[in-house]
Design a protein around this ligand. Structure first.
Ligand code: GDP
Length: 487
């Protein structure tokens, strides 16, 4: 699976990286999650809060006043696009709109100057840590299992998944088209393209559908990055190709060759050049959306988290994975957008995420890195209040719903602040993962009421200085991810 040059390159990279690290301590933090999970917002808020000395009481170095300053520096990798921090912050703060989401890999270097807490460290360390933040689509990460799969296995699994009730109708057109082709027929570009387009439409439909399904590989079909329209993406699974190899010149052989080319030229270099060098990882998940969409979406999210964790598990017999799996020592699974709930529900959300993570850890037989979970909001778009209704005092969240959002008959115009009953999460995480048939279990309806809000209006001090972006538990995430390196 791997060539000597992969190993040599990574080893050399690590040695030179470590040598440089002796003089300039640095840490590479991977930020991933499926599309719309909140990666862009998370990175923007993290950097904004550090650079502007935000309120981060659970981030020990900041709380104890040991951070002298944090600032952006030129990133070490010239070939990787820079994370467009300034544009994203301008969108969030000045225009109060959500920034453009992650579509490909990007990077940003944040350097923190600090005073070490221990006298020993103060004597020997420079008191400077560079955090190289690497933002990349989770869809690309989920390509990793393909490295260990033949084209026949990939095809079989893809068709098998379409038999799940939650996916069957979305896959109907693609399945119907696939049924009309004979894998052993002569290779033909037009057929290959039609199949690839139809397969990719199905993958996209899974993502866009309100069932909020997570992702199937190949990741670039959903997030093509700079491969948009490229021949490397013109393949699709074929039915009934298990256990055989394609006859030379057949459609089957053509698809198989392209599948292998995708692995060699797209998947492997991505892992070798980017993922293999990470030290820490945060995986963002949109648990709110999945909870809102129902049990099938939660099960699907669990499957995605299992697959993501499996990517970080050492000992899969693949050099590339082993390398980075051993290197990464902390993984944080973070449910963002907790600002859609009243704070009374934040612990419930966290308990649900913990249960989800525990189940995923067990299913993926995950060992190695320390895994923690958090329910957070990188940017808090709401504040809390109470409303009196029929003599009862009820907790509400107050924010400006995005233009076009609706609750019942009401459609919002994007300018009006509104109080909303966020609804409740189930008291116990058990209810969410209850696998008994619907008729036998406690109903977890009514679900949370989910409207999207505009980013918050930032407060200004008397001197006109804009305060940093408000958040929920971003500091807890930071402490887990980099706190020990500032000790
Ligand atoms: P990405 O695809 O992972 O980069 O996702 P984004 O960071 O672009 O987030 C997708 C959308 O989720 C945003 O446009 C927001 O609508 C919403 N979002 C992300 N993070 C938060 C958050 O902390 N609070 C709220 N209220 N919404 C968020």
């Amino acid at each position: 699976l791997t060539t000597i040059s992969d190993e040599a390159r990574i080893a050399l990279d690590t040695v030179t990286g470590r040598a440089a690290g002796l003089f300039r301590p640095s840490i590479r933090l991977g930020v991933t999650g499926l599309s719309r999970a909140g990666k862009t917002v998370f990175i923007s808020a993290l950097v904004h809060n550090l650079v502007h000395g935000g309120r981060l009481p659970l981030f020990e170095a900041q709380k104890t006043g040991r951070i002298a300053r944090a600032f952006l520096e030129e990133q070490p990798d010239d070939a990787v696009p820079r994370f467009q921090y300034e544009d994203h912050v301008a969108a969030l703060v000045d225009q109060r709109i959500w920034p453009d989401s992650t579509r490909a890999i990007s990077e940003l270097r944040l350097t923190i100057e600090f005073e070490s807490a221990s006298g020993w460290n103060r004597m020997f360390s420079a008191g400077r840590l560079s955090v190289d933040i690497v933002d990349y689509p989770g869809e690309w990460l989920l390509d990793l299992p393909l490295l260990g799969k033949s084209y026949a296995e990939f095809s079989d699994e893809a068709f098998e998944l379409t038999t799940l009730p939650v996916r069957a109708d979305l896959a109907r057109d693609w399945r119907a088209l696939s049924a009309t082709v004979t894998p052993d027929s002569d290779a033909d570009e037009i057929t290959a393209r039609r199949l690839a387009e139809s397969f990719s439409a199905y993958l996209k439909a899974c993502k866009l559908d309100e069932r909020a399904l997570s992702t199937l590989p190949p990741g670039r079909f959903l997030m093509p990055g700079d491969l948009e329209g490229s021949p490397a993406l013109t393949f699709a699974p074929l039915p009934g190709v298990s256990a055989t190899r394609g006859r030379p010149g057949s459609l089957h052989a053509m698809m198989e060759r392209r599948y292998e080319a995708y692995k060699t030229h797209v998947v492997k270099p991505f892992f070798r050049e980017h993922i293999a060098r990470l030290d820490r990882q945060i995986v963002l998940i949109d648990a709110m959306q999945a909870l809102n969409a129902g049990p099938a979406a939660m099960a699907d999210l669990e499957r995605a988290v299992t697959e993501i964790l499996a990517c970080f598990r050492p000992g899969r017999g693949n050099f590339l994975t082993d390398w980075f799996a051993r290197r990464i020592d902390r993984i944080l699974i973070a449910a963002t957008k907790a600002d859609h709930l009243h704070h009374e529900s934040h612990d419930r959300l966290q308990a649900i995420v913990r249960r989800l993570a525990d189940r995923a850890i067990a299913k993926a037989s995950f060992t190695g890195a320390a895994v923690d979970v958090v329910a957070m909001a990188a940017v808090r778009a709401t504040r809390e209040g109470t409303v009196k209704q029929a003599g009862e005092i009820l907790p509400v969240i107050i924010g400006t719903p995005l233009e076009g959002e609706r609750i019942g008959d009401e459609t919002f115009d994007g300018t009006t602040e509104t109080a909303i009953f966020p609804g409740d999460l189930p008291k116990s995480a058990d209810a969410v993962f209850d696998e008994r048939p619907a008729s036998e279990k406690e109903s977890i309806e009514p679900a949370i009421r989910f409207v999207r809000f505009r980013p918050p209006k930032l407060e200004r001090t008397a001197e006109g200085i804009t305060l940093s972006l408000p958040h929920i538990r971003l500091d807890r995430a930071l402490q887990f991810l980099i706190g020990d390196r500032l000790a």
